[in-house]
Design a binder for this molecule. Structure first.
Ligand SMILES: [Fe+2]
Length: 339
């Protein structure tokens, strides 16, 4: 049986109302850090994952000293949430450019399938067509978006890979779909037994965008279109990596297709076993989009995330992503060796 015959889609029912990881912050948990109000989301002994940050004046360029402070917080929490920033496209891009010298250019929709935003440094990951209607079944964007509902890291299949993603909401959040879910791959790695850590230590994984698209939408992506394949060839990365804070982490995604040296079936079995491990409730929180201007900044090197899948009744969702390329030693992955 082909691996693509099993279902890897998710229903739009997350989060459960009892999920303690749901982002409902209590003021009492906030701390003051250099004039910023920092409210951690998940705390687990010595570590924390996710934080909402208040106290930034987004109406003018962010001073470099504050950028350095935010990067420090980012390294600690991996996911930073900012409410009601009021940022527009230009200031969204400008802030992303303060976090890394190169931004990823969106290769898919700019100039070809949807240039509604018309800005190559912003990925249109909303559900709005150029004529204002919402994306519906049968459109390639609808099929493509199904893969975004699988747990993944952004652009692990690109050279260089993505370091940060900054997703900004415009307008009013969609009703029934305004959640993004995050998983802590550092704490998940730490929770593995030593024997498993030893087994994983030297493994190398091939990441392929078209694998995750095919998992989520086997018919539409039986074969990527020629221009799609040309744009995004596979890339290999180490499975176990070191996070910015020095902890080890799992670099995983639905894009992970093969573990070098293993069969496709054995690769997928281990990859999904690990994804399931990383996405247990104690490692996951869900962020609710409350209003236009909300922004979440995550580190793809030390977390996974997923969107809710589109539904036919979903209202317009206008979210745009700036992506900062990794410029570190692992940015280009590792050389694929002969299996
Ligand atoms: Fe994503």
């Amino acid at each position: 049986m082909s691996i693509y015959n099993f279902t890897r889609t998710y229903q739009n029912t997350w989060p459960a109302t009892t999920n303690e990881g749901t982002l409902r912050l209590k003021a009492a948990t906030s701390i003051n850090d250099s004039g910023l109000k920092v409210t951690p989301v998940l705390t687990n002994g010595h570590s924390a994952f996710g934080a909402e940050i208040d106290g930034i004046d987004w109406s003018c360029p962010i001073p470099e000293a504050l950028v350095r402070k935010l990067v420090e917080l980012q390294n600690k929490y991996a996911i930073l949430i900012f409410r009601n920033t009021g940022l527009d496209n230009a200031r969204h891009i400008a802030f992303a450019q303060q976090l890394g010298k190169d931004l990823e250019i969106n290769p898919f929709f700019f100039g070809r399938e949807n240039d509604r935003i018309g800005e190559p440094f912003l990925w249109d990951v909303g559900n709005i067509n150029r004529d204002g209607t919402t994306v519906q079944p049968g459109q390639r964007r609808w099929e493509h978006s199904k893969g975004n509902a699988l747990w993944h890291t952004d652009s692990s299949f690109h050279k260089p890979r993505a370091k940060y993603s900054l997703l900004l909401s415009h307008g009013s959040p969609a009703q029934g779909g305004s959640w993004t879910h995050f998983a802590d791959t550092r704490s998940a790695y730490a929770a593995l037994p030593q024997s498993k850590k030893d087994e994983l230590e030297d493994l190398v994984v091939e990441h392929d965008l078209w694998h995750s698209r095919k998992l989520a939408s086997p018919e539409a992506f039986k074969e990527p279109l020629p221009h799609e394949r040309d744009l995004v060839p596979p890339v290999c990365h180490k499975l176990v990596q070191t996070a910015p804070n020095g902890d080890k982490t799992l670099y995983l995604a639905a894009h992970a297709k093969l573990i070098l040296g293993k069969s496709f079936e054995k690769s997928q079995k281990l990859i999904w076993e690990l994804i399931e491990h990383c996405t247990q409730p104690q490692f996951v929180f869900s962020m609710e989009w409350l209003q236009g201007g909300d922004m979440v900044w995550w580190d793809n090197r030390q977390s996974m995330h997923r969107a809710n899948p589109y539904t036919t009744s979903m209202t317009a969702r206008d979210v745009r992503r700036a992506t900062v390329n990794d410029d570190g030693p692992s940015a280009m992955g590792v050389t694929r060796y002969v299996k």
